[in-house]
Design a protein around this ligand. Structure first.
Ligand code: AMP
Length: 437
């Protein structure tokens, strides 16, 4: 039987990775402008971290985590990045060194969801965590920043949804209000939502089931229940977003699937319709209680994560990778050894080249150089080697001439219009036992 990638997990082949690099670069370029620095935390964390932070009654914890036991430790492959980042922040007492921390991360996350278009079991997220600032300016800037990341890769047709979940026991009070609203409508709800009514009625608001739509549309908005300080935070956030010229939708039923959120919540969705129901490109919100609950001091925080696959599916196809600058075609063993050295010398100058060591015929190598769309092809046979010359073909201009072998690297660099010595040599020039060369 042929082995295949695990269901819901994808190989990303080099021609696709090009597009990934473009998105990752756009993300890094934008967030660095705001002062974010990369953090790398382990893929595995104690299961308890996610159970406590994400919440026991969430879909993620209830049925999507890849959890296992090894040597007596209960471990989980991370389903998201915020809990691990906050754990690292507390573990290393980062709050004691700096009042404000801005971290970004990028990497795979794992959730055993039912695979669908735009929904995978291994997917990549890029995200930011901004700790130590209670907002709402931080909130407005983060929302603005996420829109700019998308704009950098050509995605502008997005709807920005915002909401506030309040603070303190607001979530509990909202749960009770939802229970009061949904209980009389129980019979009309989907089976899942009838169960959620007992465990976590907030999750009914996230339901994609058609049966739940009418009941959800009539549900109370949390915004009507906010305490004055939370309402003020939200009003100020809206004022800042207006000042930044950002269009947004106030969506009092936006809850998102994780329990740790407080106050500001946001989600950016594509309006193009291409992604169907998986239209959320990124989401985030405040988690003012997390650092405290992990054993740290009271540190407010806000973060977001964007799903790279969904964004990539909206980006234009990448251009094909350009061929090498120079293809090195040796005929015979002595020529092979000579071009092995020349290849090293060219790369030291920042020239992309490939040496073909397969012992092919001249015709086969020329065909290969053309197929790769190399700019130059350098041919070395026994006669040329005896005369100390190298034949260089310009495959676009269809010209060829001979250059001296002893300064071939410099001549080739000239021809490619490269500055001299673009790269420092990573290796000693000669292999010798004498430390003085
Ligand atoms: P979350 O961590 O659930 O707040 O999700 C943040 C973003 O990650 C979403 O807006 C999606 O873009 C992406 N995402 C979440 N789950 C998946 C998944 N199973 N497959 C692909 N992308 C996902």
């Amino acid at each position: 039987m042929q082995l295949r990638a695990v269901r819901g997990m994808k190989d990303i082949l080099p021609e696709q990775v090009r597009l990934w690099h473009r998105l990752e670069r756009a993300f890094c370029d934008v967030v660095r402008l705001y002062g974010y620095e990369e953090v790398r935390t382990p893929l595995l964390e104690a299961t308890q971290l996610f159970v406590r932070q994400i919440g026991e009654d969430t879909d993620v914890v209830e049925k999507e985590m890849y959890s296992f036991e090894r040597h007596g430790d209960a471990l989980t492959v991370r389903p998201e990045g915020t809990a691990g980042a906050a754990r690292a922040y507390v573990q290393h007492s980062v709050y004691a060194r700096e009042p404000v921390t801005r971290w970004y991360y990028l990497g795979p996350m794992f959730r055993a969801e039912r695979p669908a278009k735009g929904r995978y079991r291994q997917f990549f997220q890029a995200g930011c965590e901004h700790l130590g600032d209670p907002g709402p300016l931080a909130d407005a800037e983060m929302i603005h920043m996420t829109a700019q990341i998308l704009a950098r890769v050509g995605i502008e047709d997005v709807a920005i949804h915002i909401n506030s979940l309040g603070s303190g026991d607001m979530r509990e009070r909202y749960r009770a209000a939802l229970r009061d609203h949904f209980t009389p409508l129980r019979a009309s709800l989907s089976a899942d939502s009838q169960r959620r009514l007992e465990t976590n009625p907030l999750r009914i608001l996230d339901s994609k089931a058609a049966a739940d739509r009418a009941a959800v549309a009539g549900a109370p908005s949390i915004l009507d229940l906010l305490e004055p300080a939370d309402a003020e935070h939200f009003a100020t956030l809206r004022r800042y977003l207006d000042r930044l010229g950002i269009d947004y939708v106030v969506d009092g039923r936006l809850v998102r699937g994780l329990d740790y959120y407080t106050r500001t919540l946001f989600e950016l969705k594509t309006r193009s319709g291409e992604l169907g129901s998986q239209d959320a490109l990124l989401g985030g919100g405040r988690y003012d209680g997390m650092v405290r609950s992990l054993g740290g001091p009271e540190v407010p925080a806000i973060g977001f994560a964007m799903g790279l696959e969904r964004i990539l599916s909206l980006m234009a196809e990448p251009e094909a990778m350009a061929g090498p600058d120079c293809y090195l075609a040796p005929l015979g063993e002595a020529a092979r050894a000579e071009l092995l050295s020349l290849g090293t010398e060219l790369r030291r100058r920042g020239i992309r080249c490939e040496v073909d060591g397969r012992g092919l015929s001249l015709r086969a190598m020329l065909r290969r150089a053309n197929a790769m769309d190399s700019r130059l092809c350098a041919l070395l046979g026994e006669d040329e080697l005896a005369q100390g010359v190298l034949t260089v073909k310009d495959l676009n201009a269809r010209q060829q001439d001979e250059i001296r072998l002893d300064d071939a690297a410099e001549r080739i660099a000239d021809r490619l219009g490269r500055p001299p010595a673009a790269m420092p040599s990573p290796l000693p020039a000669r292999n010798t036992d004498d430390p003085d060369g």
